[in-house]
Design a binder for this molecule. Structure first.
Ligand code: ADP
Length: 104
């Protein structure tokens, strides 16, 4: 299990979403879109995240206990390149059908 983040947690939980700090390495990125990232954006985000922290969590799907990220590519790469262990995520539980649709 992972530590729950404070703040927006209760409001997010009310909509079936949870804000969690997940290990960056635990998030699968099936579409691998970070390769097409705008490196100027990533660099700017690295600077900003270092200065003020991540202001908007990335969206993650949880399917059978596995976490999948399809968006937030620049924020994800910024965390990777900063060597941060965890990233703040808005987690939505979903089933395999929903996952399949995201894979298309
Ligand atoms: P991504 O692929 O991660 O969505 P974008 O460049 O499209 O990257 O958008 C950057 C997003 O990162 C915006 O939604 C912005 O609100 C969010 N964000 C979160 N934390 C920060 C931060 N510290 N500085 C700048 N933008 C941030």
């Amino acid at each position: 299990t992972f530590d729950k983040a404070g703040g927006a947690e209760s409001a997010a939980a009310g909509r079936g979403r949870q804000i969690l700090d997940l290990p960056v390495a635990a998030i699968r990125r099936p579409l691998g879109r970070t390769r097409g990232n705008d490196q100027d954006k990533v660099a700017a985000l690295m600077e900003s995240i270092t200065a003020i922290g991540l202001q908007e969590p990335i969206d993650v799907l949880e399917v059978d206990g596995v976490y999948y990220g399809f968006s937030g590519c620049h924020r994800y790469e910024a965390h990777q390149r900063l060597g941060l262990e965890t990233i703040r995520c808005r987690v939505r539980k979903a089933n395999k059908e929903v996952l399949k649709m995201h894979m298309m």
